[in-house]
Write a protein that binds this ligand. Structure first.
Ligand code: UDP
Length: 241
């Protein structure tokens, strides 16, 4: 099908927390199926979608090692990467349960569970109309899946990086804690860097800036927003050059 808007291929970054009920951890399949349904609808509009999945609902390396000298930080980061594979498996079945063809690819080799990430193969899957789930992050410690999302967007030549969050966009302060926080509609990469805004980790921002890859931070919890985002509607906050 012809794309409904300016984008033919997008990277959707889903955080692990989108798989749990608000304030909880772990995986709630009801939440996963909900997000899978929304994503499948968006893909059916005729836009190729690769999802980079986080692992924060299970474990984040930096948090896990804080004040914990009995584990090396790198080990904890690997644990976090494995958490994304656990989420990827849940998402794959959720997508399949709503009738969507998917492939799970991992940056960490895990035969029997996921295909290895091979750029050309990932592109083929997308061209064939499959939603590709990219797990394992970058395969390397000390970064987050935001960096993986930026890298994969560049590798797969996506038109935009769509970062799904629980809030409407990027704010001057945490809107869940500060009532006076206001949302930015447009930001430049340098604003994000200089003001240290919580959009994505610094490595991810640097990648996007260097390659002029637009980012849109939007609220996935509003029904239909994933469809609106892939259609090219302006939601939340856009980060560009
Ligand atoms: N991680 C990593 N390298 C990567 C991607 C992820 O070491 O390329 C680890 C890191 O510890 C991270 C954890 O995996 O905290 C889970 O990913 P992330 O925090 O990005 O998940 P999200 O916040 O999106 O749920």
């Amino acid at each position: 099908p012809t794309p409904p808007g300016p984008y033919s291929r997008v990277i959707l970054k889903l955080s692990g927390e989108s798989f749990a009920k608000k304030g909880e951890r772990g995986i709630d399949m009801e939440e996963v199926v909900h997000i899978a349904t929304q994503t499948f609808r968006a893909q059916q509009l005729g836009v190729e979608i690769a999802i980079v999945i986080g692992g924060g609902n299970i474990l984040r390396g930096a948090q896990f090692t804080a004040g914990n000298s009995s584990i090396h930080e790198a080990t904890a980061h690997y644990m976090g990467m494995l958490a994304t594979v656990i989420n990827g498996l849940a998402l794959q079945d959720a997508l399949e349960s709503v009738g969507c063809e998917t492939r799970l690819m991992s940056a960490i080799k895990m035969d029997g569970v996921a295909e290895p990430f091979i750029r050309r193969r990932a592109k083929r899957h997308l061209e064939k109309g499959r939603i590709v789930i990219l797990a394992g992050g970058t395969g390397a410690p000390f970064v987050t899946t935001d960096t993986a999302a930026a890298q994969k967007a560049l590798e797969l030549e996506a038109d935009i990086l769509l970062k799904a969050t629980r809030v409407d966009g990027v704010y001057t302060a945490d809107p869940e804690k500060d009532d006076s926080a206001t949302m930015y509609k447009d930001l430049k990469y340098v604003d994000v860097q200089q003001q240290n805004l919580r959009v994505m980790d610094p490595t991810a921002i640097a990648h996007c800036m260097e390659h002029n890859l637009p980012i849109m931070v939007f609220n996935y919890r509003e029904d239909g927003n994933i469809e609106r985002a892939v259609r090219g509607e302006t939601l939340g906050t856009r980060v560009t050059s």
